[in-house]
Design a protein around this ligand. Structure first.
Ligand code: PLP
Length: 481
């Protein structure tokens, strides 16, 4: 068991691994951090990693690898065509997904690019539980659009709904009736990223699949965050309680037609791929892989990474391995809640999500609450989170600002990377910031790119609130750390 009880009754998630390689970290002073965030235009994507203490930006490509993954990398069969590394990865994917074909790509968004080229045309509508940034951008680039129809609970930051990632089946039925042939496929996302790593249930996948079959369209599943989602299915869904993870995984795959993933998350290495049975779609995708990614037996990935992914995917079947992330996140969420900090509940996968709108309720939509909070947290802790709010949206077609339905500060916990004391440090500094939240002010655009503006857009504070926040910090922590 990876969870134990201490003598005083406290329950602690326990690391079921030991640290064998470490990377030294540096904690810069609050003054240095103030300068760094100014230079970065208050966009944590633009911070230099050397200025970051705990990097909670993302779980993409930064999960800790196991010793077995590292060892497998040495066995890579480096060649342009027909690499054994590819066949080992393909064999592993056959075990978990049982699909006829596997096509490699260099990462998740590359799969979205190719799938959109093959499946999306002008005027198409893609119903989904929720979008992911790059998914939406690729669909729009093809002239299609998305239709987000999650269950109502999905967008309530605080909820006790165990599967906030579910799609609303009634709304999906209505969409089929209204849009008919304009729907080329339905997309579901496991471990729904942008609403807080919230899971989808196997029951919901099955119901969606039945409906898709009735209307004759394929069901696509983005399994980038499936690892956490499998954990939640086992923990929260009665029908999965006694099943092995691999069996749940097989059952998920049997109820979808097209699977794609970012192996930067699913597989804990760097790459991606698509798995499917349909001959015709496969043939169309096969023409695009060498054109955009690389030959069919590597698709932009290095042979070493393919070896690591193969082992990483095998390790997803180990309950101890997949428990660590969600258990640490649950600990962090619950400790923050005890201090009154508004966080997304129930705890999901991927990371701890702070509700920026509630945290900074004295600010308005146009103040970019999530961006302000991520900037403020970096200043007071050296922790780099990610804005998941209005900055991550795109403007409306008429040019007006599109305010996000929920403004979140995402604090990703890359799998098996952080220790309990680092989590406790994060909790302490977030709590300090919450007590001093009145000092946090708004941000406004300084440089606004046209698409994916959260990656390189820059913001500036509306007044000198950041300096005042740093002054208060130094008063409470005289060493400046
Ligand atoms: C990260 C992610 C992607 C994109 O994957 P990359 O490898 O970063 O390109 C797509 N979908 C979901 C759900 C993700 O979390």
């Amino acid at each position: 068991m990876s969870k134990i009880r201490l003598q005083n009754g406290e329950e602690l998630p326990l690391e079921m691994h030991k640290v064998k390689i470490v990377q030294k970290l540096e904690l810069k002073s609050v003054d240095q951090r103030l300068r760094a965030i100014e230079e970065a235009g208050n966009n944590t994507f633009l911070l230099k990693n050397r200025d970051v203490f705990l990097d909670m930006l993302t779980d993409s490509g930064v999960n800790a690898m196991s010793n077995l993954q590292q060892a497998a990398m040495l066995t890579a069969d480096d060649c342009y065509a027909g690499s054994e590394s590819f066949y080992r990865l393909e064999a592993e994917l056959k075990k978990v997904f049982k699909k006829k074909y596997f096509l490699p790509a260099h990462q998740g968004r590359a799969c979205e690019h190719l799938l959109s080229r093959v499946l999306v045309k002008e005027g198409d509508i893609i119903p989904m539980n929720y979008h992911f940034t790059t998914t939406k951008a690729h669909i729009r680039l093809r002239g299609g659009d998305i239709l987000e129809i999650p269950v109502d609970e999905a967008l309530k930051p605080e909820s006790d709904c165990l599967f906030k990632g579910n799609i609303d089946i009634v709304k999906l039925k209505k969409a089929f009736e209204e849009f008919g042939k304009r729907i080329p496929f339905v997309r579901l996302e496991a471990g729904t990223n942008l609403i807080g790593g919230q899971p989808i249930s196997i029951q919901n996948i099955k119901e969606t699949h039945a409906l898709c079959k009735k209307y004759g369209v394929p069901l696509m599943l983005d399994t980038s965050l499936l690892q956490d989602n499998l954990y939640f299915m086992k923990m929260r869904e009665e029908s999965c309680k006694d099943k092995a993870i691999i069996d749940i995984c097989n059952e998920v795959a049997a109820n979808v037609d097209i699977i794609y993933f970012s192996a930067r998350k699913f597989g804990c290495a760097k790459g991606g791929g698509m798995c499917l049975d349909d001959d015709r779609i496969f043939e169309q995708l096969r023409e695009l892989v060498p054109l955009f990614e690389g030959f069919l037996t590597y698709g932009g990935m290095s042979d070493k990474e393919m070896e690591a992914i193969a082992v990483g995917i095998r390790e997803v079947s180990d309950f101890d391995v997949i428990s660590q992330g969600p258990q640490f996140i649950k600990y962090m969420v619950e400790e923050l809640r005890k201090e009154g900090v508004p966080v997304v509940t129930p705890p999901g996968g991927l990371g701890c999500h702070v509700d920026a709108k509630a945290f900074l309720s004295h600010l308005k939509d146009e103040d970019f609450q999530a961006a302000s909070l991520s900037s403020a947290l970096y200043i007071v802790s050296g922790i780099r989170g990610m804005e998941r709010g209005t900055m991550a949206e795109e403007r409306n077609p008429d040019g007006t600002e599109c305010y996000a339905a929920i403004e979140l500060l995402r604090l990703a916990l890359p799998r098996r990377v952080f220790t309990m004391s680092q989590i406790k440090y994060a909790i302490d500094r977030i709590t300090w910031l919450y007590k001093n939240r009145e000092l946090v002010g708004g941000l406004r655009w300084k440089e606004e790119p046209r698409i994916l503006r959260f990656f390189f857009g820059k913001l500036e504070p509306v007044d000198d609130w950041q300096k005042k926040l740093a002054e208060k910090f130094k008063k409470d922590f005289p060493y400046g750390f």
